[in-house]
Design a protein around this ligand. Sequence first.
Ligand SMILES: Cc1cc2nc3c(=O)[nH]c(=O)nc-3n(C[C@H](O)[C@H](O)[C@H](O)COP(=O)(O)O)c2cc1C
Length: 186
Amino acid sequence: MHDDAVLDQLRAFFTNSPVALALAAVSGDHPLILVNPRFSDLTGYAQDELVGRNCRVLQGPADDQEARGQLRAFLEDETAANVRTPIVNFRKDGTPFVNLLYMSRLRALGGATRYIFASQFDVSRARPELLQAYDRDLGQTLTRLSPAAAESGMIVEGTLATIANSAQTVAQARLTLADLDDGAIL
Ligand SMILES: Cc1cc2nc3c(=O)[nH]c(=O)nc-3n(C[C@H](O)[C@H](O)[C@H](O)COP(=O)(O)O)c2cc1C
């Protein structure tokens, strides 16, 4: 299927998703191709402000080397199916948050990665039950994306390892945010 038709189909899927989603190209510096309305709600950036740019713009002045290294390792390893890590990000208005970032691949049937797929969630301002609900929504999104991608000749890679201890994950993210307020990470 032609790229434009594939993207039209993904755009429709993204628009209707209840979770924040972003799609990036594999070539070059992984420029964003699509972000959905929930992504804009979360980050404060409209789609046309970010398309063509790398999503690291959300990291602002934070230097979260460990998380960044994990994301880079995933992107550089063609055999890696998915990655999930919290990372300090900033909304457009400068408000920091801990973004629980999930990334996986959309592969052509031949195996080559065609797009990088990502979902974002503010774990620092969520309650544990909201994190669990997000995990369910993201899992359903991945399940529903599979047949939509198959129509475009693609396979959705990556399974979602749901967060085992959501209370601890939220508490940890809040500590990170508090440290940030104290100037420890910047
Ligand atoms: C589709 C996609 C979505 C991404 N979303 C985010 C994000 O929401 N927040 C973030 O900090 N990084 C995000 N990243 C990761 C960064 O763009 C970048 O890959 C990461 O910082 C590691 O590379 P670097 O060390 O060159 O910055 C995303 C990457 C891709 C491909």
